[in-house]
Design a protein around this ligand. Structure first.
Ligand SMILES: [Zn+2]
Length: 302
């Protein structure tokens, strides 16, 4: 057994760590899948943070001083006979980051045939959420008429995106524009636009929050008295302790803080499960801690 797991030249489907976690929320099946981790410059986590405070936070988290490893999570939800894929990871858009873009291979390892996906939800059009749909590995295996649910405000924003309030690392604006444009062009006929809210399967509701991007949305799961919220990019890992920090990718930083604090307060009160694209895999809960919050990682329950 040990010999098998140590053979590193085996196909990726036999990865040492499965990078997926299954749970149930009432009658809804949920699978959290890691697309990998994105190493980005440390300044991206707090464009309004004092450098000494950001450095101290990274040190507290035992992260390197020059970059922060952003987890990148995707979820698959099954409810009422529908299979919903929520976000698509980064695909092959960042070839310099070999630790990401694993969604297609990890879906396969989990026994999920992309052709069985009945609905796709895109929380927003950033490259690390639509990139997986641009790579052949996944695109070629999805139903050609797969409905893709996305807020109308998001699609509208990316027709002529305003980056005037972002502090992006060099090269990022071009990558974002390119991925968002190719996504909209490739899938134009499949986009199912909504204004504020849409139920895509029983107990699976997408709700537009705005903030991070104008059409940014979260997904609320409710079944049998249980709840889980997929927060997309409303909350990054540092935001439990520093919800006031502006992420470089927040297109409206002040509105992002308002949305984030509102959601975290609500989830702290309800004590429900949360998954976020860039919060530690696989999921957890949040509690109020003084003027900020505290992330409570999930136990691996078997
Ligand atoms: Zn993201």
């Amino acid at each position: 057994m040990l010999d098998d797991t140590l053979r590193l030249d085996r196909p990726r489907a036999d990865e040492l760590v499965p990078s997926r976690y299954a749970l149930r929320v009432g009658e809804i099946d949920v699978l959290v899948i890691s697309d990998g981790v994105l190493p980005l410059p440390d300044a991206t986590i707090a464009t309004n943070g004092k450098p000494a405070e950001v450095a101290a936070w990274l040190d507290d988290m035992r992260q390197p001083a020059d970059k922060f490893f952003w987890p990148l999570n995707v979820i698959v939800v099954r409810s009422g006979g529908r299979t919903v894929l929520i976000d698509a990871g980064v695909g092959a858009e960042f070839r310099d980051f070999p630790q990401t873009g694993r969604l297609a291979q990890r879906l396969q390892a989990a026994g999920i045939d992309p052709a069985s996906v009945t609905d796709m939800v895109i929380t927003h059009q950033h490259v690390d959420h639509v990139g997986g749909l641009l790579a052949d590995e996944l695109r070629s295996r999805l139903r050609p008429d797969l409905p893709i649910h996305i807020a109308a405000a998001e699609v509208e924003f990316w027709r002529s995106p305003d980056f005037s309030r972002n502090a992006f690392p060099k090269g990022i604006p071009d990558v974002l524009r390119s991925a968002a444009t190719r996504f909209a062009d490739t899938y134009r006929k499949q986009l199912q636009l909504f204004d504020d809210e849409r139920e895509v399967a029983p107990g699976v509701v997408i709700r537009r929050t705005g903030g991070h991007t104008p059409g940014h949305s979260v997904v609320r799961l409710t079944s049998g008295g249980e709840r889980l919220t997929f927060l997309g990019d409303a909350v990054f890992h540092n935001h439990f302790e520093r919800p006031d920090w502006h992420n470089a990718f927040d297109h409206d930083p002040e509105e992002s803080v308002r949305v984030r604090v509102g959601l975290l307060r609500e989830l702290a009160a309800s004590r429900e499960l949360l998954v976020a694209a860039h919060v530690s895999f696989p999921f957890g809960r949040v509690a109020v801690a003084g003027n900020a919050f505290r992330f409570i990682p999930a136990y691996w329950e078997y």
